[in-house]
Design a protein around this ligand. Structure first.
Ligand code: FE
Ligand code: FE
Ligand code: ZN
Length: 297
């Protein structure tokens, strides 16, 4: 079994180097995995994957010894399968997600993290029903085999996925369960009201309600908000309400050792903090000067 820490961060994917640039960015942070958006996170405009150095990148990953099985994609935020109020929003989500699964596969990537959706006022039940219908429509016709990892959410606005029970309800309704997974986000579960410090309690509850076999990726983020705030504002490692010690428990937990850990912490003073954060994770020493070193005054 691979005991090596699988650690990386969100990285960019922009012209002119695209996927090659993403890989180089991850390597510059000392990471051995990473997460990309296959285009801008806030819109659905997408370039053809062959023009984003997909094939070149797959070769380059091999050269650099990065296991493509550990790389993660993230669907754009505006995709909302839970919208039962505006049919065009839902239909866009279905069409986009269908294409996205194949796009992700073109990069050699095996899974895409997705926010389950928001019920936009129609209520949790209506939202769940719509999400399940959307996932079944997409997966029943899918040929890519890409796994959709439903992210645990903070519960901001009308977001669905604030509880493990909601995630379970979605899984229960989907036919192709083998193409579903879950992404556990430490900031989100804290903001949703879970006691993030009790990692064994969290993982036991996750196992009981969802099943740990569904857990595919961990987003390691500190939080700017108190437990239960329902806010979803990420903070740099050790600078928030969760703290370095607790986040390190997730990163080094033997129960999570086989899973990629992805940082989505905020830029500091316009600078990505990931190289510094990965260093303080590997060195096992928190760097209280991180923000000062990155130029914040
Ligand atoms: Fe997310
Ligand atoms: Fe996340
Ligand atoms: Zn978030």
């Amino acid at each position: 079994m691979d005991k090596k820490l699988i650690l990386g961060s969100h990285v960019g994917m922009s012209a002119p180097d695209y996927y090659i640039g993403s890989i180089n960015e991850a390597l510059s942070y000392g990471a051995n995995t990473f997460m990309i958006y296959t285009g801008a996170p806030q819109n659905t405009r997408r370039l053809a994957t062959e023009d984003m150095k997909a094939a070149e990148g797959i070769k380059y990953l091999k050269e650099k010894g990065i296991d493509v099985n550990h790389i993660v994609a993230h669907a754009p935020y505006i995709i909302n399968l839970g919208n039962s109020v505006k049919p065009e929003t839902y239909e866009l989500a279905v069409t986009f997600l269908q294409d996205e699964l194949q796009r992700v596969a073109d990069f050699g990537i095996k899974m895409v993290v997705m926010h389950p959706g928001a019920h936009v006022g129609a209520g949790v039940e209506a939202g769940l029903t719509q999400i399940i219908e959307g996932l079944n429509t997409v997966l029943d016709n899918d040929k890519s085999g890409t796994i959709i990892a439903l992210e645990t959410m903070a519960g901001k606005g009308t977001e669905i996925g604030r509880t493990f029970e909601e995630i379970r309800a979605i899984i229960d309704g989907v036919h192709k369960k083998e193409q579903l997974g879950v992404c556990l986000d430490t900031c989100h579960i804290n903001d949703a009201g879970y006691d993030v410090h009790d990692i064994d309690g969290i993982l036991d509850e996750f196992d009981r309600i969802i099943g740990l076999e569904y857990l595919k990726v961990v987003h390691v983020n500190d939080s700017k908000n108190e437990r239960g705030a329902g806010k979803d504002r990420h903070e740099n490692i050790g600078f928030g309400t969760i703290g370095y010690e607790t986040l390190m428990k997730y990163i080094y937990s033997p129960r999570l050792a086989h899973l990629p850990k992805i940082l989505e912490t905020p830029y500091v003073n316009g600078v990505p903090p990931y190289g510094h954060e990965i260093k303080m994770i590997k060195d096992k020493v928190w760097n209280p000067n991180l923000k000062v070193e990155l130029g914040e005054n």
